[in-house]
Design a protein around this ligand. Sequence first.
Ligand code: FA5
Length: 348
Amino acid sequence: MEMEEKLAQLLAEAVKDIDQAASVKEIEAIRIGYLGKKGQLTSVLKGMKDVSPQDRPIIGKKANEVRDQVTQTLTDKKEALEKEALEKQLESETIDVTLPGRQVKKGQTHILTQIMEKMEDMFLGMGYEIVEGTEVETDYYNFERVNLPQDHPARDMQDTFYITPELLLRTHTSPVQARALEKHDFSKGPLKMISPGKVYRRDTDDATHSHQFHQIEGLVIDKHVTMADLKGTLELLAKKMFGEERDIRLRPSYFPFTEPSVEVDVRCFKCDGKGCSVCKQTGWIEILGAGMTHPEVLEMSGVDSTVYGGFAFGLGPDRMAMLKYGVEDIRQFYLNDQRFLGQFKRKG
Ligand code: FA5
């Protein structure tokens, strides 16, 4: 029977084609080629009209079987191909959960920022406000307004990076005093401020000197401020930063913008006062300069020095961090070596 043979042949060819198919896309093309409207099965079935009526049901049944078989073979192959593709993909994306994870390196606040924030918190708690200054300053504010006129010999105390004859990198945070004083309205109450920031000097770098370092300026101006207030404030600060047991000393000094002036030293952490290379054999490390504000500084800012007075200080947070954490060389703070900086993780 010719029709039956054609159907059997079609089935055999279809199975062979399906077997050779390498992708789901090819499977779809084969399905259309055999079972689609214009497909091979349809064209074979066109021959039904020539089949005798009694054979038609048999051929019809056979044609349905062929359709079902081709469909089933297509479905099986498609599933097999899909499974294969999925396995390939899974294999390429396999995660080895036994591999040790890559450590994520977390940064931390720089130790100098930490120590400055600690001091800021302390002063904010005592009612001080924080005033910002700029690192590029005028000669006028950096020197003249803190009682250091041109050619004053004390200018040599701070070797300066000049940008132009009038502009410089500030050598200390003291110019912020003058800027705050001239802005402050004393009819509204006293001035109590601190100003943290970077300063620059043409110092030769060594264990305790850096050409760029930090200062925190402090200024308190009111009607009845005394040297005892300054001493109490500095002692409180030193005890808070270094603990009760670390010795400090106040030593008479000279600054053109304060009279009288003092410097505060803390006993060397390395040699405990015996003298070593860190403290340059003195047994002490200087951490700040301070004094009672010179009347001239107040007058230049338009403040009546017969009514108002007070104290000022300039802290060196770099030196304080050295003392607090036993860092033997100030330059360590500026090398950006994570092995060093990573030791100072802020707690809480
Ligand atoms: C001053 O700069 C004054 N303006 C401080 C001051 C302010 C006095 C207000 C009175 C009233 P001096 O040069 O001593 O002072 O510096 C103050 C502190 O900065 C020093 O005690 C020290 O801790 C720190 N310091 C000074 N030079 C360096 C440096 N090259 N490297 C690191 N720290 C330094």
